[in-house]
Design a protein around this ligand. Structure first.
Ligand code: SF4
Length: 133
């Protein structure tokens, strides 16, 4: 598979769906924006018994998506950082091809070894064990 994220593109941020957070994601993002974890969670996070995710603003896709791209890029959640190497995409040629419909980075750049893609998919599983039971 080939993949290279395209400069200026934010299409994956604009798709329907939720950005799930691990505890490590929460701590990293709060620190990056200079807030306490508790204050960040109150403002930006929706937590249920099993999982937590970023709240979705009423008229935007993500609180942190700005004109210039991701406002917390250096501390962005694992789900965003690992995309498109999510287990459900790496393990399904059909899902991978469908994702290429909105991600212009798929099919571009250098060849990615399947082992490297699978290692990233495994990282995603480990960050979100409850999503991949
Ligand atoms: S859709 Fe693909 S190319 Fe565009 S920002 Fe996301 S990963 Fe990069």
């Amino acid at each position: 598979m080939r993949f290279e994220c395209q400069p200026g593109c934010t299409e994956c941020c604009r798709q329907q769906g939720f950005v799930y957070l691990s505890e490590a994601d929460l701590v990293r993002a709060a620190k990056f924006v200079g807030m306490s974890v508790a204050a960040f969670e109150r403002k930006y996070v929706y937590r249920t018994r099993n999982r937590m995710r970023l709240r979705v603003p009423r008229r935007a896709h993500c609180h942190f998506l700005h004109d210039g791209g991701c406002g917390i890029h250096p501390a962005k959640p694992a789900q965003c950082r690992i995309f498109p190497f999510w287990p459900e995409l790496v393990n399904s040629p059909r899902a991978w091809a469908k994702t290429a419909g909105y991600c212009p980075g798929i099919g571009m750049g250098r060849l990615i070894q399947i082992k490297s893609a699978q290692a990233q998919a495994e990282e995603m599983r480990q960050e979100h064990p409850k999503l991949y039971r």
